[in-house]
Design a protein around this ligand. Structure first.
Ligand code: UDP
Length: 421
C-alpha cells in the first residue's frame, strides 16, 4: 500500500522551535529533517504540536508538503512538560477533529514522537485504523538507570504511559540496536515490531569549512585550543564534566591557560533542578571565568562555524538516545570525545573518528582531550575518520528506511484491523 499522507505527532515541542534550549533538541531536528525528506518523496506530512502562544497561526507551512498544526490544548504559556499529561485528552480530541474535517481515510500512518505523543497516536490509530509507528527518543526506565547528579528521576506515571504506547504501537523505531534491546528487555516490546533506523545528519549543511575563517567570524584566536560543548544545558548532558576536565587539563599543563577556550553553546533546559548559572558558578569556582565562554543557542549555519572552529567537540552525556551533535561535528571533520552511553558509541567510532570514554570522571575526559590536543597527527587521522563516519548517517537513508517501515507496518496491520491492540 503506498503511503501518501502521514500524521506526525510531536505534542510537547514544535519543529518550528530553536533546538538547543528548553525542551527543543534532537527530536525537533529529527521531526523537521524526516518530514522534509518524506515530502521530497511525495508524502505529505502534517505535524501536530501543542500551541504555546496565541500569536501562532493555526497552520504553518514548514516546506512544500509539510504543515505544522498548532493544536490548542491547555494554556498557551506556563505549562511545564510534567504538566502535559493533563492535556492529552484535549490535544487528542483536536487532532481527531482535524482529521474528521477531511474525507475518511485521510492519513495512511500516524508516527508519534516521545511517549506523550504516543498516547495520542495510539488513540488515532484505533480511530483511523492506520498503523501507529512510534519513536521513543528517550525512555524513562533507561534515564532512571543513568541519572546525573542533581537530576530528578522520571515519574512512574511516565513509565506506565510508555509501556502503554509500546504495547499499542504497530512498529517501534529505535535509533540504535542498543535502544531496540532496551525496548525488548525493559519494556517487553515484541522483537518483530521493533526496527532499528539511525537518525541522520544534514550532510549538505554540515560540511567542512576553513577553520581560520570560522574562527575569524566567531572571534576565536587562531592559536586557541578550542573545546566545544553543544546542547541543552541540563545535568543529563554533563556540561560540568567538560568544565571540570578543563580544570584538570590546566592543572596538568598551566601553560595551556593562555590559549584554552571552552565554548558552551546552548540554553537552559530540563528539570530546573540545576540553574543554568550553576555552570557559571562552577567555572568561577574552578578559576575558569576567562576560559569558559557561554554562547546562547545558535542556528545551524552558525553551528557549522563552531564545529569547524573547534579542535575537539566533547559530548559527556549521562544518557543519549543517539547524539546528533556528535554526528554533526564529525560531518564537519572535527573529532569527538564522547561518553560510552546510549547511541554515542554507535555515532562515534572509537579510535577512528573520535575517542569514547567510559564513565564520567573528568580526569578521563582530560586525558582523552589532552591526547588529542597534544597530537596533531592523531587529530588529522581522526578528522578524516570523522568525515567518513558521518557520511554513513545522511537523513536521506533515514527517510528512505522510515518510509519502508511505514509500508511494512501498514502491510502487517491489515490482519488485525478489527482488533486494535
Ligand atoms: N542545536 C542547535 N543549536 C544549538 C544547540 C543545539 O541547533 O545552539 C541542535 C544540534 O545541532 C542538534 C540538536 O540541537 O541537532 C541536539 O540534538 P542531540 O541529539 O545532540 O541532543 P538532544 O537534544 O536530542 O538531547
Amino acid at each position: 500500500m503506498p503511503i501518501r499522507r502521514v500524521a506526525m505527532v510531536s505534542l510537547h515541542t514544535s519543529p518550528l522551535d530553536q533546538p538547543g534550549t528548553g525542551d527543543a533538541g534532537g527530536m525537533n531536528v529529527y521531526v523537521v529533517e524526516l518530514a522534509k525528506r518524506l515530502a521530497e518523496r511525495d508524502v505529505a506530512v502534517d505535524v501536530f504540536t501543542r500551541a504555546t502562544s496565541s500569536r501562532l497561526d493555526p497552520v504553518v507551512r514548514l516546506t512544500d508538503g509539510v504543515q505544522v498544526h498548532h493544536v490548542v490544548a491547555g494554556p498557551f504559556e506556563g505549562l511545564s512538560k510534567a504538566e502535559l499529561p493533563g492535556q492529552l485528552c484535549a490535544f487528542a480530541r483536536e487532532v481527531l477533529r482535524s482529521e474528521a474535517a477531511h474525507e475518511r481515510g485521510h492519513y495512511d500512518v500516524v508516527h508519534s514522537h516521545y511517549w506523550l505523543s504516543g498516547q495520542v497516536g495510539a488513540l488515532a490509530r484505533d480511530r483511523w485504523a492506520v498503523p501507529l509507528v512510534h519513536s521513543m527518543h528517550t525512555m524513562a526506565k533507561v534515564k532512571n538507570q543513568l541519572l546525573a547528579r542533581g537530576d530528578a528521576p522520571e515519574p512512574v506515571a511516565r513509565v506506565i504511559g510508555e509501556e502503554q504506547v509500546v504495547a499499542a504501537a504497530d512498529l517501534l523505531l529505535a535509533n540504535t540496536a542498543e535502544e531496540a534491546k532496551q525496548l525488548i528487555e525493559l519494556y517487553d516490546a515484541d522483537p518483530a515490531r521493533v526496527d532499528v533506523i539511525h537518525p541522520g545528519v544534514d550532510l549538505d549543511t554540515f560540511r567542512p569549512r576553513p577553520r581560520a575563517e570560522a574562527r575569524g567570524r566567531l572571534g576565536i584566536a587562531e592559536s586557541a585550543a578550542l573545546l566545544l560543548f553543544v546542547g541543552r544545558l541540563q545535568p543529563l548532558k554533563g556540561p560540568d564534566v567538560l568544565v571540570r576536565a578543563a580544570a584538570e587539563l590546566l592543572r596538568a599543563d598551566p601553560t595551556l591557560r593562555e590559549r584554552l577556550v571552552v565554548a558552551v553553546v546552548g540554553g537552559p533546559s530540563g528539570s530546573g533542578l540545576e540553574r543554568p548559572e550553576a555552570l557559571v558558578d562552577l567555572a568561577d569556582s574552578l578559576g575558569l571565568r576567562e576560559v569558559v565562554r557561554f554562547v546562547p543557542p545558535v542556528d545551524r549555519a552558525d553551528l557549522v562555524d563552531w564545529y569547524a572552529a573547534a579542535d575537539v567537540v566533547v559530548v559527556p552525556s549521562y544518557n543519549e538516545s543517539f547524539g546528533l551533535v556528535a554526528v554533526e561535528a564529525q560531518a564537519v571533520g572535527t573529532p569527538v570525545v564522547a561518553a560510552a552511553v546510549g547511541g554515542l558509541p554507535t555515532a562515534v567510532a572509537d579510535g577512528r573518528s573520535g575517542l569514547v570514554v567510559a564513565g564520567h570522571d573528568p580526569a578521563d575526559y582530560a586525558a582523552a582531550i589532552g591526547r588529542l590536543l597534544a597530537d596533531q597527527k592523531l587529530r588529522e587521522r581522526l578528522s578524516a575518520g570523522a568525515l567518513e563516519q558521518a557520511s554513513r548517517f545522511g537523513w536521506d537513508v533515514t527517510a528512505e528506511r522510515t518510509l519502508q517501515a511505514y509500508v511494512d507496518a501498514a502491510g502487517a496491520m491489515r490482519h488485525d484491523l478489527a482488533e486494535p491492540r
